[in-house]
Write a protein that binds this ligand. Structure first.
Ligand code: AMP
Length: 190
């Protein structure tokens, strides 16, 4: 049986979004992407969007309180009851602790954290390519460098946090979408 309460962890450009989309289809559970939700909030000019916009444009993290609120609201919705794929949340120790509390309230546990490993040169290459295709305003070289540093300093330590829980599986994120997808499936079944 595949795990259904999942977290995909990895640096920007590692393929979290792409692999999440595959899992949405194969497991029929929602993707919870704080990045997507924040971009939608910025686009429609909500108070959350207005708070987040500057941080996102600079490649910095949006303050924990804002992001935690967004994630909690989404995870509380009925379609997340049978499972969810967290993509891009948590990104800090404080967010990881807040997630633990949310899950206790919801009466569920995180079953797997799959960490996608890709070296930095490859990540920068991928993100610059995505900039050409999708035109995301935070996919420029300076912002990419900031996002990599933020990942190393604030998010990478979460790998140890989830390893200590026994839910971590680390996989190689290099290869075709299908090849990485098979590794993800393997990590969920093991
Ligand atoms: P992503 O699409 O996950 O790469 O997120 C894009 C941007 O949204 C990030 O560079 C941050 O500015 C912001 N963001 C998304 N998720 C989080 C989070 N969990 N904590 C703080 N900021 C976030």
């Amino acid at each position: 049986m595949s795990a259904r309460r999942l977290l995909l962890l990895g640096p920007p450009g590692a393929g979290k979004g792409t692999q999440s989309e595959r899992l949405v289809k194969s497991l029929a559970i929602p993707q919870v992407s704080t990045g997507d939700m924040l971009r939608a909030a910025v686009k429609s000019g909500t108070p959350v969007g207005r708070q987040a916009q500057g941080f996102m444009e600079r490649g910095e993290l949006v303050p924990d309180a804002v992001v935690i609120g967004v994630a909690e609201e989404r995870l509380s919705q009925p379609d997340a009851r049978s499972g969810f794929i967290l993509d891009g949340f948590p990104r800090t120790a404080a967010q990881a602790e807040a997630l633990d509390q949310m899950l206790v309230k919801l009466g569920v546990t995180l079953e797997r954290c799959v960490a996608l490993q890709v070296e930095e040169d490859e990540l920068v290459k991928r993100l610059l390519k995505r900039a050409e295709i999708e035109g995301r305003s935070d996919d420029n070289e300076e912002t990419i460098r900031t996002r990599m540093r933020v990942y190393r300093e604030q998010t990478q330590p979460l790998i140890d946090y989830y390893r200590a829980r026994g839910v971590l599986r680390e996989i190689d994120g290099l290869g075709t979408v299908e090849a990485v997808g098979e590794r993800v499936q393997g990590a969920l079944a093991s």
